[in-house]
Write a protein that binds this ligand. Structure first.
Ligand code: ATP
Ligand code: MG
Length: 508
């Protein structure tokens, strides 16, 4: 039998008192796509960072082609042919796409002179395989999904033998993801070995040859994909059966009809126009549509992050004057951004500080001093409800796994005690078990009278969680789907401008 390209044996990693990995094993064969699954905080990214030379293991051995190696730095990993697309986007926002892509490649080539034009041309050629993004554009001007593609393109410039993709599709559109899958299949056909991390079972089952499961920093098992089902994988990840994925919807007897939020013909004269909808007590309102359709801009318009020039927003019947985000928070409207790193959480601050930051007033005594004990208690409560895996609420958010950072971003909004929460892709990067937990919590909040609006690109979340779905297309509401009309096909038809199936039937 051929020697595996990569063998991990008995690797343990401590971060102070936290044991992120305990005695794990992992092997990667030549030309295989190998999925690594596990709950948030299971240790997936930690192991990838060790393989890519970002972190050093506390114990254990790494072998490449059977030879033991020490991967002392990311540059050392690159020269061994190992490339990593990090879970978190970490580009230089002020540099161009091409410059960001060169940074990795120049490390490797180490030529004294750089022919900028040629590099730009090379970068564009690599980028074209993924998407039509002009590599001369500044990264800061690109939406999150394009930034994610730049991260991937950057790794593709490295010509690696082992490519690690840590949740590469979390911020991609369906078409972009399909494009990435076809590239992965090409790489595999050329003998490149790929480690693929994702919380999306459908992707794993269509793309991967084998799957390894980690739980609580320990190795659980490795199987051929053809020998297991998605349910098997999930059961091994969480160590128990997950029976009900979505909570019960709003019952007919629970719908009071009381209006919480009324959005009346708002528009900003550019990205969205004539947007009207009403959010009623008890319901979870979904907003679907393609990425870039204007969903995020509408949410930003409602909560003062973007000015709207036309229309009104009423909360419990009262017209609101919202000119900034702090006006919105004061009125009781909060927004969970899709870009966790950019505006969701402060990575350097502690979990407790993050959770209390929007509501410092409630935690401050009359003399203006912050009550640290109250701050910690509030954080403890939310961290427990959302099952944040952490060493304590004093730990900095940057020490949490990606999915757990997302939970802190949600907790931060909930801690304000809002009247309405607009959530943009709330469960991105969150594992199946925690996701079901968050959905249950949202349903509970809706029942208690808080208005919940969920923007989601994940079809099953939109259809499984929400009571009603609005579909946005080119900055307008293309249609509304009630409980009985909500199907995947109906959402796609509206999102792509085909109208409803009913309208199509009428036309025929
Ligand atoms: N720099 C650090 N300092 C302290 N603890 C850390 C650090 N990096 C990771 N950890 C801890 O190690 C554990 C494993 O984290 P890791 O990021 O590997 O999880 P993951 O499996 O990638 O999860 P996710 O699906 O959420 O991305 C977590 O408990 C995390 O809090
Ligand atoms: Mg991770």
């Amino acid at each position: 039998m051929a020697e595996p390209v990569l063998t991990i044996h008995g690797v343990t990693k401590h971060f102070g008192a936290v044991k992120a990995l305990t005695d794990v094993d992992f092997t990667l064969e030549r030309g295989e796509v190998h999925a690594l699954c596990g709950e948030n905080g299971a240790g997936k990214s930690t192991l990838m960072n060790i393989i890519a030379g970002v972190l050093q293991p506390s114990e254990g051995e790494i072998r490449i082609d059977g030879k033991a190696v020490r991967i002392a730095s990311p540059a050392a990993a690159q020269s061994l042919g190992i490339g990593l697309v990090h879970q978190e986007i970490a580009l230089c926002p002020d540099a161009t796409v091409a410059e960001n892509m060169f940074m990795a490649a120049t490390n490797r080539r180490r030529t004294p002179f750089m022919n900028y034009r040629a590099l730009e041309r090379d970068a564009q050629a690599v980028m074209n395989r993924l998407a039509a993004i002009d590599v001369r554009r500044k990264v800061a001007d690109l939406p999150i999904s394009s930034q994610q593609l730049v991260e991937i393109a950057k790794a593709l410039t490295l010509d690696c033998r082992v490519l690690i993709l840590d949740e590469p599709t979390a911020a991609l559109t369906e078409t972009e993801a399909q494009q990435l899958f076809s590239i992965i299949r090409d790489l595999k056909a050329n003998g490149i070995s790929i480690i693929y991390i994702s919380h999306r079972m459908a992707e794993i089952f269509s793309l991967c040859d084998r799957v390894t499961v980690f739980r609580d920093g320990r190795y659980v098992c490795t199987d051929r994909i053809s020998d297991v089902t998605p349910d098997d994988v999930v059961r091994r990840m969480v160590g128990r059966e997950i029976t009900q994925l979505y909570p019960d919807k709003l019952g007919a007897d629970e719908a009071s009809g009381e209006k919480i939020l009324e959005v009346d013909r708002i528009g900003d004269g550019a990205r969205f126009q004539d947007v009207s909808f009403t959010l009623r007590k008890g319901e979870i309102l979904g907003i679907g549509g393609l990425i870039g359709s204007g969903r995020t801009e509408i949410a930003e318009g409602i909560c003062g992050l973007r000015s709207h020039t036309a229309g009104t927003v009423r909360l419990h019947g009262d017209t609101q004057k919202i000119r900034s985000y702090s006006d919105a928070v004061k009125a009781g409207i909060v927004y969970l951004s899709e870009d966790r790193k950019g505006s969701g959480v402060f990575l350097e601050l502690s979990i407790a500080q993050n959770i209390s930051v929007l509501d410092l007033k409630a935690l401050t005594n009359p003399a203006g001093l912050l009550n640290r004990r109250a701050e910690a208690a509030l954080a403890e409560e939310f961290a427990r409800r959302l099952a944040v895996r952490m060493s304590g609420v004093d730990a900095p958010v940057k020490s949490l796994s990606g999915g757990n950072q997302q939970k802190v971003a949600i907790a931060k909004q909930l801690a304000v005690g809002p009247k309405v929460i607009l959530m943009d892709e709330p469960t991105r990067g969150i594992d199946v078990g925690a996701k079901a937990e968050i959905h249950r919590l949202l349903r509970e909040l809706a029942r208690s009278g808080i208005g919940i609006v969920v923007i989601s690109s994940e079809m099953s979340e939109l259809l499984g969680l929400c009571d009603r779905v609005l579909v946005v297309r080119e900055g307008r509401i293309a249609g509304e789907l009630g409980e009985e009309e909500m199907t995947e096909e109906a959402v796609i038809r509206l999102a792509s401008g085909l109208g409803t199936a009913r309208a199509a039937n009428h036309a025929a």
